[in-house]
Each structure stands twice: as structure tokens, then as C-alpha cells.
Design a protein around this ligand. Structure first.
Ligand code: ADE
Length: 224
């Protein structure tokens, strides 16, 4: 998979691309991630990319030209163009599963003071990562990238991504490691007796119980 991230703040991605699982996925050629600066596509003096809003109001607005030119510089027939915005579709695990099937994601990072509305005509999908407002689309771009890359073949242990929260509309079961007793908090006996059938049943029951208690809205895919 190839992911192109279009942003005004490329340095924000340094740590993200150079640590842990994402770095390993890049090193192992499971994904190629390019960070592209809108500013490089400005044709104006001082590489200007924003201007004051028509009709007045506070703040500066990202202009169409550099954003659309940046999109066009990387777009091909395999690509889906995503815009990060709090007004977008609420991002869920089922969306990660859909996005992982694409060969090429282009993620346009929105900007806290807004962008020219006409940019919307040049994107395929608008995504919000939650009902709160961030200063820009860089963190959402990292969230989308991380949640998709970890699902790619060979990036993490397959079993662990199949079992995890939100698959089958259930939260994950609880896990424990040594010691068996930590300050009086004990590991459930069933996990210590080595009976794999009982362990499987216990875990399934816990998944259902947890989902019922914490996220009843997830049951049966009601929240899709
Ligand atoms: N930009 C600012 N806030 C955002 C959010 N919640 N999701 C996606 N993009 C954003």
C-alpha cells in the first residue's frame, strides 16, 4: 500500500514514521508513506497557502489551488482521496477494514481555521475521528494511517488483529500476565488451568459481558 499525506506541518510526522510498528512496516516494504507539503504547490509570493475568508470572519482559509495541485500531483486510478474534518463520516473499525483494500490512500489534512469549501469537490471521502475539534488534520491522518497499516498482511500477528475489539461488533476480552496475584488482584483461575476449550468459552463470555456493560450500542453492528 502507498499512503500520501498532504499537510502544512510535515515535521509532525517525524516521530510517527520512525517508531514501532509503523517504522517496521515501512522498513519491511508493507507500506510506503510520503509526506507532502501543500506549500510546495503554492504559486504565490512567500509560498502563501491561505487567505482571508470572503464575507469576513476570523482566521485564514486554506486556498484551493495548492491543495488541489498537491492532490493531482500524486493521484492515480487506484487512489482514494480522504479529507480529515470534524464534519466527516464518523471513523470506525469497519472503515479501517474497507480502506485496507485500497492500493493507494491520499489523506488531505484539514486546517483548524478551515479550507475553501470547493476543495470538497476534489475528495472522495471525508472522515472525522470523533466529535471534538482538533487544531488540524495531522493527528487524524496518523490515526487513519495507523489503524489501516496494522491491518495489512504481515504487519502484526494476524491472530491478534482478528481477536481484537470491534471485530464481530464486540470489545476484546481481558488479558493478564505474571504474577498471578498482584496486590490481591488475582488472575481468573480458568486462565491458569490449561483447558483451552474452557478458556475459549470464558473469553467469549467476557467479550459479550463487556460489550453489554460498556458499549451496548455496538451489539449486532447497530453502530455501523
Ligand atoms: N480536524 C479537526 N478535528 C477533527 C476531527 N475530530 N476529525 C478529523 N479531522 C479533524
Amino acid at each position: 500500500m502507498r499512503i500520501d499525506i498532504l499537510t502544512l506541518f510535515p515535521n509532525m510526522f517525524d516521530g510517527f514514521l520512525n517508531e514501532s510498528i509503523i517504522k517496521r512496516a515501512i522498513d519491511n516494504k508493507k507500506v510506503q508513506i510520503n509526506i507532502i507539503n501543500f506549500r510546495d504547490f503554492s504559486t504565490l509570493k512567500h509560498k502563501q497557502v491561505d487567505d482571508t475568508p470572503y464575507g469576513g470572519g476570523a482566521g485564514m482559509v486554506l486556498m484551493c489551488e495548492p491543495i488541489v495541485k498537491a492532490i493531482e500531483s500524486v493521484k492515480d486510478d487506484d487512489a482514494i482521496v480522504i479529507l480529515t474534518t470534524p464534519q466527516g463520516h464518523n471513523y470506525k473499525q469497519s472503515d479501517c477494514q474497507k480502506l485496507k483494500e485500497y492500493k493507494h490512500l491520499i489523506i488531505v489534512c484539514g486546517h483548524y481555521e478551515g479550507y475553501d469549501e470547493r476543495i470538497r469537490n476534489f475528495v472522495d471521502l471525508e472522515i472525522s475521528i470523533g466529535d471534538y475539534v482538533l487544531t488540524g488534520g495531522e493527528l487524524p491522518a496518523m490515526v487513519i494511517t495507523d489503524s489501516v497499516v496494522r491491518l495489512l498482511e504481515g504487519v502484526i500477528n494476524h491472530e491478534s488483529s482478528e481477536q481484537e475489539s470491534f471485530n464481530n461488533h464486540l470489545l476484546d476480552y481481558p488479558t493478564y500476565t505474571k504474577p498471578t496475584d498482584f496486590r490481591g488482584y488475582k488472575v481468573p483461575d480458568v486462565l491458569l488451568n490449561g483447558n483451552h476449550q474452557l478458556i475459549k468459552e470464558y473469553r467469549e463470555k467476557e467479550q459479550i459481558k463487556r460489550t453489554e456493560e460498556r458499549r451496548p450500542d455496538l451489539f449486532g453492528g447497530k453502530n455501523e
